[in-house]
Design a binder for this molecule. Structure first.
Ligand code: ZN
Length: 134
């Protein structure tokens, strides 16, 4: 995570959460990705009337980072108004693993409670790019 404090990532993710489009669940989520350049990329969940087309905040933020040309994702923070910390869903864990097994995943709630886990530890025995041998 380098010089970036987890609290700073969480603060940015909380800002992104304000823009969540969650008319169906009412469950707003914010995320921020720290790229290798040191830049931050925000994401919020984007729901859809066709529920399965909904996007999670983490994947929106990751997409922004990749689209901007980031190649070395350092950290991802995710925050929601949960009792305990908010952890990424299984789909997001799979997408995270695509971009690194050593990404710091900061899982937080609106009270500022948080826990940091490496992406690999969130997804043991993950199917990843190396298995395709390309
Ligand atoms: Zn997700």
């Amino acid at each position: 995570m380098g010089p970036m404090a987890p609290e700073e990532l969480i603060r940015q993710a909380m800002q992104a959460r304000e823009r969540a489009y969650a008319p169906y669940s009412g469950f707003k989520v914010g995320a921020v990705v720290l790229g290798g350049t040191g830049r931050l990329y925000e994401g919020c969940n984007v729901e859809n009337a066709s529920y399965g087309a909904s996007l999670c905040a983490e994947r929106v933020a990751l997409g922004q980072a990749i689209a901007a040309g980031e190649e070395d994702i350092q950290a991802v923070a995710v925050v929601a108004d949960t009792e305990g910390i908010c952890s990424p869903c299984g789909i997001c864990r799979q997408v995270l693993i695509e971009f690194g097994r050593n990404i710091d995943v900061v899982m937080a709630n609106m009270r500022g409670d948080y826990k940091i886990v490496r992406s690999e530890d969130l997804m043991p025995y993950a199917f990843g790019p190396k298995m395709l041998n390309i």
